[in-house]
Design a protein around this ligand. Sequence first.
Ligand code: HQG
Length: 178
Amino acid sequence: MSVDPIQLSKFLSFVLRHKPDEIGLTLRPEGWANIDELVEKANAAGTRFKHADLLGVVAGSDKKRFSLSADGLSIRAAQGHSVSVELGLPPQEPPSILYHGTATRFADAIRTEGLKPQARQQVHLSSDEATAQRVGQRHGKPHIFKVDASGMQAKGFKFFRADNGVWLTDHVPPEFLT
Ligand code: HQG
């Protein structure tokens, strides 16, 4: 039986970002899982797919959600973790403006408290408004915040760029938001 790549992508996101223990997997500190071990444990837990199916999902992922290690033996989620991982990304100079898409119902709280990572490890930002719009739509009627990334960097805030181009930072205080 062929594997639905969208379902498999969702399963991999779930295991590699949020619940590796659901299939008895332990991620390495930087978020990596050995692919053969992941496949074996997923199959044993009832989600049936092959190594090649996983590689197909990695290659076909619209947002490049997954990265392969240089030796090709391991996989990790590029971003989006709720489990504690140390991705080991070097701090980088961000574009002067970054965007965050959210839902209108969160906008007041965000104006007061700034952007917080909520269930994830870091706040997710994008370099283009169209992506932020799509991210916001996932939550409801979209509302876009512009983030003064240059201003934050000048004050010592650090920015990281995930393998798939998503920008990450720990917190965006309200004074850097419009
Ligand atoms: C909001 C997807 C109230 C925040 C996307 C967001 C992204 C606050 C929600 C990636 C708040 C958290 C991440 C505050 C932040 N008060 N609400 N102070 N601070 N929020 O899903 O950024 O398709 O955890 O605005 O494309 O929406 O899964 O984060 O609405 O890259 O690969 O709290 O997930 O990628 O929601 O999305 P999320 P996100 P994938």
